[in-house]
Design a binder for this molecule. Sequence first.
Ligand code: SF4
Length: 186
Amino acid sequence: MIINHTEELNISDYSELALEAGFTYAAPLAVDALIFRQEVRDMCAADLCRSYGKCWSCPPAAGSLEHIAEKASGYSRGIIVQTSGELKDDFDIASIHRLSLKHNACFDKLVRQVRILSPGCLPMGAGACTRCRKCTYPDRPCRHPDRLWPSMEAYGLLVSDVCVKSGLGYNYGSGTMTFTSCILID
Ligand code: SF4
């Protein structure tokens, strides 16, 4: 797809851009499904992923739910993107890691492109930021604040609900793994 920087893209063009960036699935985001829930935040605080309080992208550094809800309320459209793949079995950590790296690389590429067209866009990633070998949190500022995007979960979103309301699956069956991110576009 050739991007004309002076032309405003419609939302299906952004989905096409996402598929070209390498995602498995992309769809218009159901913006009204973005409900920033304290109970999801509470799951972060349970620290099952061992990232709570260890990274600028994760709670509590990710900011308050009120703050993100207010920011998000200024957007009426966006896209949701997924990277999905097969696992050999439930313990196939190598494939999960590869899929995660692929998803994050595609998301970096897509955010770069969307920012050209929509400089005020609001990306929400998947999982804790792993850009640096060791995060500077909490002693020093983030090394890459312009490439720091908290995850949908960190913002209190119930990802399965947002996927389904946006017309995408959340789980594509046993033996598969899927990573999901989204971008609000102004
Ligand atoms: S870019 Fe580096 S310093 Fe910033 S949140 Fe990610 S890991 Fe931490």
